[in-house]
Design a protein around this ligand. Structure first.
Ligand code: SF4
Ligand code: SF4
Ligand code: SF4
Length: 446
């Protein structure tokens, strides 16, 4: 099989591949490195050599046969991209940024600082094909490693690329905004990576879909109806995983800071303490002093699981998200639904949580993600925070917890066949300890 490549390019002994990155977040290349086992098999099978991939510490390129470019091209990159094109026999656009412009192009519409940048004569970024001829496209944000393997295998076997041509000129549709005060989808920012659609279907809600065809394609709800009409359960996963903040959930940061300034108190979930400590690289005992530094007069740690009555029989949704899920997706189980553990808080209290759906019950609510970003923006020196003794972690109730879509589905089916005891449902992949309000993405696929 290698012979086909060799017959066409007799001057090379091994097919040499080089990765480059321009206006990008580098997510595509990180995904490739994270899933390197898939590539490694291909390299071995066809004797392919990677001669440039800084993430792997490889920078030995003098010559290469295949250049794989991640990211949009800014005016600073044009000459370098042209040089790469001259040297490479095949040039592949990797991921939505290289393919469509992606994150770098958003500044044209949304970047305040972008105006200054443009005045200086720079361009913020254009898709790769607008600067040089592109031979193949690997789509996705981040790009699909399987698709990259297919493209490279085709080059190795046939010495050409046939199947991965650009199918259409993409034209961003900017006129649709769905905003119900809890979730906001702005199609003008969307790069049509499809993550939100996949995640929403993973948790059985199937709210989001693609509409229109070809260059007019957008991500939206069916017939652009409201999120709730489309069956949104308010899990927040779409917002947590959107790489460009085209979907966002209600931001309570300003209201929370106002509450802190007025001497209000903050209640923080035990799981959120651990998550914030991990995100900021501090000890859990430093999280309370951190909240006091932000201005809160009193800090209280709670664990919603401790509110569950383990003596009852039924299905306990962890939040309003799981309640909606059962009612809409598993209606046969609705009659077994018990109340979810709802924290009753007064209006002068801020809740810090891992669970985006808790924003339905209260305001202001800060997710771990919002709190961590706020703390970083305030330039607090985390290592200098004192450490406080935390109360014991073991105030959970002793109940069965189904974590993630597969376990939730199985637990509901088990309960329906034998309605005994109590089962708690947490729909976020991995459960609420890995909820969509966290700072870091939790799914390995993204
Ligand atoms: S396509 Fe997505 S993951 Fe890849 S560089 Fe662009 S924003 Fe990052
Ligand atoms: S919040 Fe959850 S249910 Fe609603 S659209 Fe996003 S992923 Fe789907
Ligand atoms: S809204 Fe975000 S996650 Fe969904 S397709 Fe657009 S860019 Fe991707």
């Amino acid at each position: 099989m290698i012979r086909a490549f060799h017959a066409r390019f007799t001057e090379v002994v091994r097919m040499k591949v080089a990765f480059f990155s321009f206006g990008a977040c580098e997510g595509c290349r990180y995904r490739i490195v994270n899933e390197f086992a898939k590539i490694a098999t291909l390299l071995e099978k066809y004797g392919i050599e990677i001669v440039r991939e800084p993430l792997l510490g490889v920078k030995t390129e003098k010559n290469y046969d295949v250049a794989i470019i991640e990211g949009a091209v800014t005016s600073l990159d044009v000459e370098r991209v042209k040089e790469i094109r001259r040297k490479a026999k095949f040039l592949i656009a990797l991921g939505s940024c290289a393919f469509l412009g992606g994150i770098a192009t958003l500044g044209y519409k949304y970047g305040v600082q972008a105006d200054e940048y443009l005045k200086k004569g720079y361009s913020l970024g254009v898709p790769l094909h607008q600067i040089v001829k592109v031979d193949g496209y690997v789509r996705g944000c981040p790009a699909s490693v399987d698709e990259l393997v297919n493209v490279l295998e085709e080059i190795a076997v046939t010495g050409s690329i046939s199947k991965y041509e650009r199918r259409f000129e993409y034209e961003k549709q900017t006129d649709l905004v769905l905003d119900d005060g809890f979730l906001r989808l702005d199609t003008g920012k969307c790069i049509v990576c499809g993550r939100c659609i996949e995640l929403c279907s993973k948790i059985y809600a199937n709210v989001l879909t693609q509409a229109f065809r070809g260059y007019r394609v957008i991500v939206t709800t069916p017939a652009q109806i409201s999120f709730l009409e489309a069956g949104c359960i308010r899990c927040g996963l779409c917002a947590a995983y959107c790489p460009v903040a085209a979907i966002t959930y209600r931001n309570d940061v300003e209201a929370a800071l106002k509450t802190a300034k007025n001497g209000g108190r903050v209640v923080i979930e035990r799981q959120a303490v651990e998550a914030i400590a991990k995100a900021l690289g501090i000890k859990p005992g430093q999280v309370i002093p951190l909240l006091k530094t932000l201005g809160f007069s009193k800090v209280e740690i709670v664990n919603p699981l401790s509110l569950i009555d383990a003596e009852k029989t039924g299905i306990v949704p962890y939040s309003s998200a799981e309640k909606r899920l059962v009612e809409q997706v598993f209606p046969e189980a609705s009659k077994y639904l018990l109340e979810y553990p709802k924290l009753s808080l007064d209006k002068d209290t801020v809740l810090v949580t891992v669970c985006v759906a808790r924003k339905e019950d209260h305001s202001p609510v800060l997710t771990v993600h919002e709190l961590v970003s706020l703390a970083r923006d305030m330039l607090i020196t985390f290592k200098d925070l004192p450490e406080e003794q935390l109360e014991s972690k073991n105030n959970d109730c002793n109940v069965k917890i189904a974590k993630g879509p597969e376990e939730v589905k199985a637990a509901i089916q088990d309960f329906l066949s034998n309605p005994r005891g109590i089962v708690v449902l947490q729909i976020c992949p991995g459960g609420c300890a890995k909820g969509s309000g966290l700072h870091f993405p939790i799914l390995n696929d993204y």
